[in-house]
Design a protein. Structure first.
Ligand SMILES: NC(=O)c1ccc[n+]([C@@H]2O[C@H](COP(=O)([O-])OP(=O)(O)OC[C@H]3O[C@@H](n4cnc5c(N)ncnc54)[C@H](O)[C@@H]3O)[C@@H](O)[C@H]2O)c1
Length: 428
Protein backbone atom coordinates (compact mmCIF):
# COMPACT_ATOMS: atom_id res chain seq x y z
CA UNK A 1 0.00 0.00 0.00
CA UNK A 2 1.31 3.45 -0.89
CA UNK A 3 0.29 6.49 1.12
CA UNK A 4 1.07 10.21 0.90
CA UNK A 5 1.91 12.36 3.91
CA UNK A 6 1.53 16.07 3.22
CA UNK A 7 3.64 18.45 5.35
CA UNK A 8 6.98 16.93 6.36
CA UNK A 9 7.43 18.91 9.58
CA UNK A 10 7.74 17.99 13.23
CA UNK A 11 4.60 15.86 12.94
CA UNK A 12 4.64 14.64 9.33
CA UNK A 13 8.25 13.46 9.27
CA UNK A 14 8.14 11.09 12.28
CA UNK A 15 4.77 9.82 11.04
CA UNK A 16 6.26 9.16 7.60
CA UNK A 17 9.08 7.20 9.18
CA UNK A 18 6.63 5.19 11.26
CA UNK A 19 4.50 4.26 8.24
CA UNK A 20 7.53 3.58 6.03
CA UNK A 21 8.75 1.10 8.65
CA UNK A 22 5.42 -0.74 8.36
CA UNK A 23 4.24 -2.51 5.22
CA UNK A 24 3.36 0.87 3.62
CA UNK A 25 5.45 2.85 1.15
CA UNK A 26 5.38 6.59 1.84
CA UNK A 27 5.40 9.52 -0.55
CA UNK A 28 6.13 12.67 1.46
CA UNK A 29 4.75 15.87 -0.09
CA UNK A 30 5.80 19.37 0.93
CA UNK A 31 6.00 22.79 -0.70
CA UNK A 32 9.44 23.43 0.81
CA UNK A 33 11.96 22.25 -1.79
CA UNK A 34 14.91 22.49 0.61
CA UNK A 35 13.27 19.96 2.99
CA UNK A 36 12.31 17.67 0.11
CA UNK A 37 15.87 17.74 -1.31
CA UNK A 38 17.44 17.12 2.10
CA UNK A 39 15.14 14.18 2.84
CA UNK A 40 15.71 12.57 -0.58
CA UNK A 41 19.45 12.72 0.17
CA UNK A 42 18.74 10.94 3.47
CA UNK A 43 19.35 14.02 5.62
CA UNK A 44 17.15 14.92 8.56
CA UNK A 45 16.69 18.62 9.30
CA UNK A 46 15.23 17.95 12.76
CA UNK A 47 17.86 17.31 15.40
CA UNK A 48 16.06 14.61 17.38
CA UNK A 49 15.33 12.59 14.21
CA UNK A 50 18.52 10.81 13.09
CA UNK A 51 19.46 11.08 9.40
CA UNK A 52 20.31 7.39 9.33
CA UNK A 53 16.68 6.37 9.92
CA UNK A 54 15.65 8.43 6.88
CA UNK A 55 18.61 7.41 4.69
CA UNK A 56 17.82 3.72 5.17
CA UNK A 57 14.16 4.17 4.17
CA UNK A 58 15.16 6.26 1.12
CA UNK A 59 17.70 3.60 0.06
CA UNK A 60 15.15 0.80 0.38
CA UNK A 61 12.55 2.77 -1.63
CA UNK A 62 10.11 2.87 1.32
CA UNK A 63 10.20 6.65 1.55
CA UNK A 64 10.64 9.43 -0.98
CA UNK A 65 9.77 13.11 -0.88
CA UNK A 66 8.37 15.36 -3.59
CA UNK A 67 6.79 18.74 -4.29
CA UNK A 68 4.72 17.29 -7.13
CA UNK A 69 1.11 16.94 -5.97
CA UNK A 70 0.07 15.28 -9.24
CA UNK A 71 1.67 12.16 -7.79
CA UNK A 72 -1.38 11.92 -5.49
CA UNK A 73 -2.81 9.49 -8.08
CA UNK A 74 -0.16 6.95 -6.97
CA UNK A 75 -1.55 6.60 -3.44
CA UNK A 76 -4.65 5.13 -1.80
CA UNK A 77 -4.50 7.27 1.37
CA UNK A 78 -3.38 10.84 2.15
CA UNK A 79 -2.55 12.19 5.60
CA UNK A 80 -2.35 15.98 6.02
CA UNK A 81 0.01 17.45 8.68
CA UNK A 82 0.35 21.12 7.71
CA UNK A 83 0.61 24.10 10.12
CA UNK A 84 -2.42 25.64 11.85
CA UNK A 85 -1.16 28.94 13.33
CA UNK A 86 -3.06 32.00 14.50
CA UNK A 87 -3.21 35.11 12.33
CA UNK A 88 -2.14 38.54 13.57
CA UNK A 89 -5.52 39.01 15.27
CA UNK A 90 -4.98 35.69 17.09
CA UNK A 91 -7.68 33.97 15.10
CA UNK A 92 -7.35 30.50 13.49
CA UNK A 93 -5.50 30.46 10.17
CA UNK A 94 -6.56 27.29 8.36
CA UNK A 95 -5.27 28.55 5.01
CA UNK A 96 -2.53 25.86 4.96
CA UNK A 97 -5.18 23.15 5.26
CA UNK A 98 -7.33 24.73 2.55
CA UNK A 99 -4.35 25.23 0.20
CA UNK A 100 -3.38 21.60 0.70
CA UNK A 101 -6.98 20.55 0.08
CA UNK A 102 -6.98 22.45 -3.22
CA UNK A 103 -3.64 20.92 -4.31
CA UNK A 104 -4.93 17.44 -3.52
CA UNK A 105 -8.43 17.85 -4.95
CA UNK A 106 -7.21 18.32 -8.52
CA UNK A 107 -5.66 14.85 -8.47
CA UNK A 108 -7.99 13.04 -6.09
CA UNK A 109 -9.14 9.63 -7.32
CA UNK A 110 -12.27 7.73 -6.37
CA UNK A 111 -11.74 5.45 -3.37
CA UNK A 112 -8.92 7.48 -1.78
CA UNK A 113 -8.89 8.08 1.97
CA UNK A 114 -8.02 11.62 3.14
CA UNK A 115 -7.15 12.13 6.82
CA UNK A 116 -6.46 15.48 8.45
CA UNK A 117 -4.07 15.48 11.42
CA UNK A 118 -3.44 19.22 11.89
CA UNK A 119 -4.84 20.51 15.18
CA UNK A 120 -7.93 22.60 14.50
CA UNK A 121 -11.46 23.52 15.62
CA UNK A 122 -14.39 21.09 15.35
CA UNK A 123 -15.93 21.28 11.91
CA UNK A 124 -12.74 21.90 9.92
CA UNK A 125 -12.68 18.41 8.41
CA UNK A 126 -16.35 17.89 7.60
CA UNK A 127 -17.09 21.52 6.63
CA UNK A 128 -14.03 23.42 5.40
CA UNK A 129 -11.74 20.67 4.09
CA UNK A 130 -14.62 18.63 2.71
CA UNK A 131 -15.85 21.62 0.73
CA UNK A 132 -12.52 22.32 -1.01
CA UNK A 133 -11.99 18.63 -1.71
CA UNK A 134 -15.48 18.17 -3.17
CA UNK A 135 -15.41 21.37 -5.26
CA UNK A 136 -11.89 20.73 -6.59
CA UNK A 137 -12.42 17.06 -7.42
CA UNK A 138 -16.09 16.85 -8.33
CA UNK A 139 -16.25 13.84 -6.00
CA UNK A 140 -18.43 13.43 -2.93
CA UNK A 141 -17.06 12.68 0.53
CA UNK A 142 -18.41 9.47 2.05
CA UNK A 143 -19.56 8.21 -1.34
CA UNK A 144 -16.59 8.65 -3.72
CA UNK A 145 -13.76 9.15 -1.26
CA UNK A 146 -13.27 8.67 2.48
CA UNK A 147 -12.61 11.48 4.92
CA UNK A 148 -11.42 11.35 8.55
CA UNK A 149 -9.67 13.29 11.30
CA UNK A 150 -7.01 11.90 13.61
CA UNK A 151 -5.15 14.23 15.97
CA UNK A 152 -1.39 14.02 16.30
CA UNK A 153 0.06 13.26 19.73
CA UNK A 154 3.71 13.88 19.01
CA UNK A 155 5.91 14.61 22.05
CA UNK A 156 9.11 15.98 20.48
CA UNK A 157 12.32 15.31 22.34
CA UNK A 158 10.83 12.68 24.66
CA UNK A 159 12.88 9.52 24.08
CA UNK A 160 10.21 7.39 25.79
CA UNK A 161 7.52 8.62 23.39
CA UNK A 162 7.26 6.09 20.56
CA UNK A 163 4.79 6.97 17.79
CA UNK A 164 3.77 3.29 17.47
CA UNK A 165 2.80 3.01 21.13
CA UNK A 166 0.73 6.21 21.44
CA UNK A 167 -2.99 5.40 21.00
CA UNK A 168 -4.45 7.17 17.97
CA UNK A 169 -7.91 8.76 18.19
CA UNK A 170 -9.80 8.59 14.88
CA UNK A 171 -13.16 10.02 13.79
CA UNK A 172 -14.70 9.45 10.35
CA UNK A 173 -17.15 11.41 8.20
CA UNK A 174 -19.17 8.18 7.88
CA UNK A 175 -18.82 4.79 9.63
CA UNK A 176 -17.13 3.47 6.47
CA UNK A 177 -14.65 6.40 6.52
CA UNK A 178 -13.87 5.60 10.16
CA UNK A 179 -13.23 1.95 9.36
CA UNK A 180 -10.87 2.84 6.48
CA UNK A 181 -8.94 5.22 8.72
CA UNK A 182 -8.83 2.69 11.55
CA UNK A 183 -7.35 0.07 9.22
CA UNK A 184 -4.80 2.57 7.93
CA UNK A 185 -3.48 3.54 11.35
CA UNK A 186 -3.38 -0.03 12.61
CA UNK A 187 -0.58 -0.57 10.08
CA UNK A 188 1.64 1.83 12.02
CA UNK A 189 0.31 2.11 15.58
CA UNK A 190 -0.72 -0.46 18.15
CA UNK A 191 -3.97 1.06 19.41
CA UNK A 192 -6.65 3.01 17.57
CA UNK A 193 -9.41 4.74 19.56
CA UNK A 194 -12.46 5.26 17.34
CA UNK A 195 -14.83 8.14 18.12
CA UNK A 196 -18.21 8.95 16.60
CA UNK A 197 -17.25 11.80 14.25
CA UNK A 198 -14.47 13.97 12.86
CA UNK A 199 -15.70 16.71 15.22
CA UNK A 200 -15.38 14.51 18.31
CA UNK A 201 -11.79 13.70 17.27
CA UNK A 202 -11.01 17.39 16.66
CA UNK A 203 -12.53 18.28 20.05
CA UNK A 204 -10.50 15.55 21.78
CA UNK A 205 -7.24 17.16 20.71
CA UNK A 206 -8.41 20.57 21.88
CA UNK A 207 -9.39 19.13 25.26
CA UNK A 208 -5.94 17.58 25.65
CA UNK A 209 -4.11 20.80 24.90
CA UNK A 210 -6.49 23.06 26.80
CA UNK A 211 -6.06 20.78 29.82
CA UNK A 212 -2.31 21.43 29.68
CA UNK A 213 -2.68 25.16 29.14
CA UNK A 214 -5.10 25.58 32.07
CA UNK A 215 -3.03 23.48 34.47
CA UNK A 216 0.19 25.23 33.54
CA UNK A 217 -1.58 28.54 34.22
CA UNK A 218 -2.62 27.24 37.64
CA UNK A 219 0.95 26.42 38.69
CA UNK A 220 2.22 29.65 37.16
CA UNK A 221 -0.25 31.59 39.31
CA UNK A 222 0.66 29.57 42.41
CA UNK A 223 4.36 30.16 41.68
CA UNK A 224 3.85 33.91 42.03
CA UNK A 225 1.58 33.59 45.10
CA UNK A 226 3.83 31.09 46.90
CA UNK A 227 6.95 33.06 46.04
CA UNK A 228 5.46 36.10 47.82
CA UNK A 229 4.89 33.82 50.85
CA UNK A 230 8.47 32.56 50.73
CA UNK A 231 7.36 29.08 49.58
CA UNK A 232 9.07 27.30 46.66
CA UNK A 233 6.48 26.02 44.15
CA UNK A 234 8.91 23.36 42.91
CA UNK A 235 9.22 21.87 46.35
CA UNK A 236 5.44 21.92 46.74
CA UNK A 237 4.80 20.19 43.39
CA UNK A 238 7.48 17.61 44.21
CA UNK A 239 5.68 16.81 47.45
CA UNK A 240 2.15 16.90 45.97
CA UNK A 241 3.04 14.48 43.20
CA UNK A 242 3.77 11.75 45.73
CA UNK A 243 -0.02 11.47 46.07
CA UNK A 244 -0.79 8.27 44.17
CA UNK A 245 -4.25 9.38 42.97
CA UNK A 246 -6.10 12.53 41.97
CA UNK A 247 -3.03 14.66 41.21
CA UNK A 248 -0.91 15.10 38.11
CA UNK A 249 2.15 17.39 38.18
CA UNK A 250 2.43 20.39 35.87
CA UNK A 251 5.39 22.74 36.09
CA UNK A 252 5.65 26.51 35.93
CA UNK A 253 7.83 28.32 33.42
CA UNK A 254 8.61 31.63 31.76
CA UNK A 255 5.49 31.53 29.55
CA UNK A 256 3.99 29.17 27.02
CA UNK A 257 5.85 28.05 23.94
CA UNK A 258 5.66 25.70 21.01
CA UNK A 259 3.25 25.18 18.21
CA UNK A 260 0.37 23.78 20.29
CA UNK A 261 -0.39 24.89 23.85
CA UNK A 262 -0.27 28.69 23.25
CA UNK A 263 -2.33 28.37 20.07
CA UNK A 264 -4.79 25.49 20.04
CA UNK A 265 -7.13 26.63 22.86
CA UNK A 266 -7.81 29.79 20.86
CA UNK A 267 -9.07 27.67 17.97
CA UNK A 268 -11.78 26.47 20.35
CA UNK A 269 -12.48 29.96 21.72
CA UNK A 270 -12.96 31.27 18.22
CA UNK A 271 -15.32 28.49 17.17
CA UNK A 272 -17.26 28.67 20.46
CA UNK A 273 -18.24 32.27 19.62
CA UNK A 274 -20.12 31.01 16.58
CA UNK A 275 -22.33 29.09 19.03
CA UNK A 276 -22.67 32.03 21.45
CA UNK A 277 -20.49 30.23 24.01
CA UNK A 278 -17.74 31.69 26.21
CA UNK A 279 -14.52 29.88 27.12
CA UNK A 280 -13.65 31.65 30.38
CA UNK A 281 -11.15 29.09 31.68
CA UNK A 282 -9.22 29.28 28.42
CA UNK A 283 -9.17 33.08 28.40
CA UNK A 284 -8.07 33.27 32.04
CA UNK A 285 -5.35 30.65 31.55
CA UNK A 286 -4.13 32.58 28.51
CA UNK A 287 -4.01 35.77 30.55
CA UNK A 288 -2.00 34.17 33.39
CA UNK A 289 0.39 32.40 31.03
CA UNK A 290 1.05 35.44 28.87
CA UNK A 291 1.80 37.53 31.98
CA UNK A 292 4.70 35.22 32.92
CA UNK A 293 7.44 36.91 30.87
CA UNK A 294 6.63 40.22 32.61
CA UNK A 295 6.98 38.51 36.00
CA UNK A 296 10.28 36.93 34.97
CA UNK A 297 11.69 40.26 33.73
CA UNK A 298 10.76 41.81 37.09
CA UNK A 299 12.71 39.05 38.82
CA UNK A 300 15.72 39.75 36.61
CA UNK A 301 15.42 43.44 37.53
CA UNK A 302 15.27 42.46 41.24
CA UNK A 303 18.37 40.30 40.85
CA UNK A 304 20.21 43.18 39.17
CA UNK A 305 18.99 45.61 41.82
CA UNK A 306 20.47 43.39 44.53
CA UNK A 307 23.85 43.89 42.84
CA UNK A 308 23.26 47.67 42.67
CA UNK A 309 22.66 47.52 38.93
CA UNK A 310 19.78 48.53 36.74
CA UNK A 311 18.41 46.49 33.88
CA UNK A 312 19.31 49.36 31.60
CA UNK A 313 22.93 48.89 30.64
CA UNK A 314 23.12 45.32 32.02
CA UNK A 315 24.07 42.40 29.84
CA UNK A 316 21.76 39.39 30.09
CA UNK A 317 22.37 35.93 28.68
CA UNK A 318 19.18 33.97 27.95
CA UNK A 319 19.95 30.28 28.35
CA UNK A 320 17.76 28.15 26.09
CA UNK A 321 15.94 29.43 23.04
CA UNK A 322 13.98 26.27 22.22
CA UNK A 323 10.51 26.25 23.77
CA UNK A 324 11.15 23.00 25.63
CA UNK A 325 14.20 21.00 26.72
CA UNK A 326 16.26 18.88 24.35
CA UNK A 327 14.62 19.96 21.07
CA UNK A 328 15.69 22.39 18.36
CA UNK A 329 12.22 23.91 17.90
CA UNK A 330 12.11 27.56 18.96
CA UNK A 331 8.81 28.53 17.31
CA UNK A 332 6.55 30.50 19.68
CA UNK A 333 9.27 30.28 22.33
CA UNK A 334 8.83 32.59 25.33
CA UNK A 335 12.59 33.21 25.12
CA UNK A 336 11.90 35.57 22.23
CA UNK A 337 9.42 37.53 24.35
CA UNK A 338 11.94 37.68 27.20
CA UNK A 339 14.74 38.86 24.91
CA UNK A 340 12.51 41.53 23.43
CA UNK A 341 11.29 42.76 26.83
CA UNK A 342 14.81 42.87 28.26
CA UNK A 343 16.09 44.72 25.23
CA UNK A 344 13.13 47.09 25.50
CA UNK A 345 14.22 47.87 29.09
CA UNK A 346 17.70 48.84 27.86
CA UNK A 347 19.61 45.60 28.52
CA UNK A 348 22.03 44.03 26.07
CA UNK A 349 20.80 40.53 25.27
CA UNK A 350 22.44 37.39 23.90
CA UNK A 351 21.44 33.74 23.99
CA UNK A 352 23.02 30.33 24.41
CA UNK A 353 21.37 27.24 22.96
CA UNK A 354 23.37 24.28 21.64
CA UNK A 355 20.24 23.15 19.75
CA UNK A 356 19.81 26.48 17.98
CA UNK A 357 23.28 27.64 16.90
CA UNK A 358 21.78 30.33 14.70
CA UNK A 359 18.24 31.73 14.59
CA UNK A 360 16.49 30.78 11.37
CA UNK A 361 13.95 33.07 9.72
CA UNK A 362 10.47 32.69 11.26
CA UNK A 363 7.15 34.37 10.61
CA UNK A 364 6.95 35.88 14.09
CA UNK A 365 10.52 36.98 14.93
CA UNK A 366 12.03 38.05 11.64
CA UNK A 367 14.48 40.57 13.13
CA UNK A 368 16.30 37.90 15.19
CA UNK A 369 17.08 35.81 12.08
CA UNK A 370 20.83 35.24 11.73
CA UNK A 371 21.61 35.93 15.42
CA UNK A 372 24.09 33.33 16.70
CA UNK A 373 24.28 31.49 20.02
CA UNK A 374 27.27 32.52 22.15
CA UNK A 375 30.11 30.04 22.73
CA UNK A 376 29.95 28.12 26.02
CA UNK A 377 33.11 29.01 27.94
CA UNK A 378 34.06 30.67 31.22
CA UNK A 379 35.22 33.96 29.70
CA UNK A 380 32.04 34.52 27.70
CA UNK A 381 29.57 33.42 30.40
CA UNK A 382 31.43 35.45 33.05
CA UNK A 383 31.07 38.57 30.95
CA UNK A 384 27.27 38.71 31.51
CA UNK A 385 25.70 40.40 34.53
CA UNK A 386 22.94 37.80 34.70
CA UNK A 387 22.04 34.46 33.13
CA UNK A 388 18.32 33.84 32.69
CA UNK A 389 17.50 30.14 32.38
CA UNK A 390 14.49 29.94 30.08
CA UNK A 391 14.87 26.31 28.91
CA UNK A 392 16.55 23.51 30.85
CA UNK A 393 18.35 21.48 28.17
CA UNK A 394 19.86 18.38 29.77
CA UNK A 395 23.18 18.81 27.92
CA UNK A 396 24.02 22.15 29.61
CA UNK A 397 26.63 21.93 32.37
CA UNK A 398 24.82 23.72 35.21
CA UNK A 399 27.73 23.22 37.61
CA UNK A 400 29.96 25.21 35.22
CA UNK A 401 27.20 27.81 35.02
CA UNK A 402 27.18 28.13 38.83
CA UNK A 403 30.96 28.61 38.80
CA UNK A 404 31.04 31.11 35.95
CA UNK A 405 27.86 33.22 36.27
CA UNK A 406 27.24 36.20 38.56
CA UNK A 407 23.45 36.18 39.03
CA UNK A 408 21.25 33.38 37.75
CA UNK A 409 17.49 33.73 37.33
CA UNK A 410 16.05 30.24 37.02
CA UNK A 411 12.56 29.72 35.59
CA UNK A 412 12.90 25.92 35.31
CA UNK A 413 14.41 24.79 38.60
CA UNK A 414 17.46 23.78 36.57
CA UNK A 415 19.84 24.72 39.41
CA UNK A 416 18.23 22.31 41.91
CA UNK A 417 20.92 20.07 43.33
CA UNK A 418 23.78 22.24 42.01
CA UNK A 419 26.04 23.91 44.56
CA UNK A 420 25.68 27.67 44.20
CA UNK A 421 26.73 30.77 46.13
CA UNK A 422 24.28 32.35 48.62
CA UNK A 423 22.00 34.79 46.80
CA UNK A 424 23.30 33.72 43.38
CA UNK A 425 20.12 31.99 42.13
CA UNK A 426 16.75 33.72 41.86
CA UNK A 427 13.79 31.50 41.05
CA UNK A 428 11.27 33.05 38.70
N1 LIG B 1 4.95 20.01 16.66
C1 LIG B 1 4.22 19.33 17.52
O1 LIG B 1 4.71 18.90 18.57
C2 LIG B 1 2.75 19.04 17.27
C3 LIG B 1 2.09 18.13 18.12
C4 LIG B 1 0.76 17.83 17.89
C5 LIG B 1 0.08 18.45 16.84
N2 LIG B 1 0.72 19.35 16.03
C6 LIG B 1 -0.04 19.93 14.93
O2 LIG B 1 0.38 19.31 13.72
C7 LIG B 1 0.32 20.26 12.64
C8 LIG B 1 1.68 20.38 11.96
O3 LIG B 1 2.61 20.87 12.92
P1 LIG B 1 4.17 20.75 12.71
O4 LIG B 1 4.78 21.11 14.02
O5 LIG B 1 4.53 19.46 12.07
O6 LIG B 1 4.40 21.94 11.66
P2 LIG B 1 5.74 22.23 10.81
O7 LIG B 1 5.74 23.67 10.52
O8 LIG B 1 6.92 21.60 11.49
O9 LIG B 1 5.53 21.41 9.48
C9 LIG B 1 4.54 21.69 8.55
C10 LIG B 1 5.08 21.36 7.17
O10 LIG B 1 4.03 21.61 6.24
C11 LIG B 1 4.58 22.19 5.09
N3 LIG B 1 3.52 22.89 4.35
C12 LIG B 1 2.98 24.10 4.62
N4 LIG B 1 2.00 24.36 3.73
C13 LIG B 1 1.93 23.30 2.91
C14 LIG B 1 1.11 22.98 1.78
N5 LIG B 1 0.17 23.81 1.33
N6 LIG B 1 1.32 21.80 1.17
C15 LIG B 1 2.29 20.94 1.61
N7 LIG B 1 3.08 21.19 2.66
C16 LIG B 1 2.90 22.35 3.30
C17 LIG B 1 5.68 23.08 5.61
O11 LIG B 1 6.65 23.37 4.60
C18 LIG B 1 6.26 22.21 6.74
O12 LIG B 1 7.30 21.36 6.28
C19 LIG B 1 -0.19 21.55 13.27
O13 LIG B 1 -1.57 21.61 13.13
C20 LIG B 1 0.16 21.41 14.73
O14 LIG B 1 -0.69 22.15 15.56
C21 LIG B 1 2.05 19.65 16.22
Amino acid sequence: MKIAIVGLGYVGLPLSIQFAKSSATVLGLDIDTSKVDALNQGNSYIKHIPSESIAELVRSGKFSASTDFSRIHEVSAIIICVPTPLNKNREPDISYILDTGKSIARHLQKGTLVVLESTTYPGTTDEDLREVLEIGSGLEAGRDFNLAFSPEREDPGNPDSKVALIPKVVGGFTPACLERARQLYLMAVKTVVPVSSCRAAEATKLLENTFRGVNIALVNELKVVYSAMGIDIWEVIGAAKTKPFGFMPFYPGPGLGGHCIPIDPFYLTWKAREYGQNTRFIELAGEVNTSMPTYVVHRVADAMNERSKSLKGSSILVLGLAYKPNVDDERESPSYVLMEMLRGRGATVAYYDPYVPVIRPTREHKHWAGTKSIEWNRKTVESFDCVLIATNHACVNYQELAEWAGSIVDTRNAMAGISTRPGQVWKA
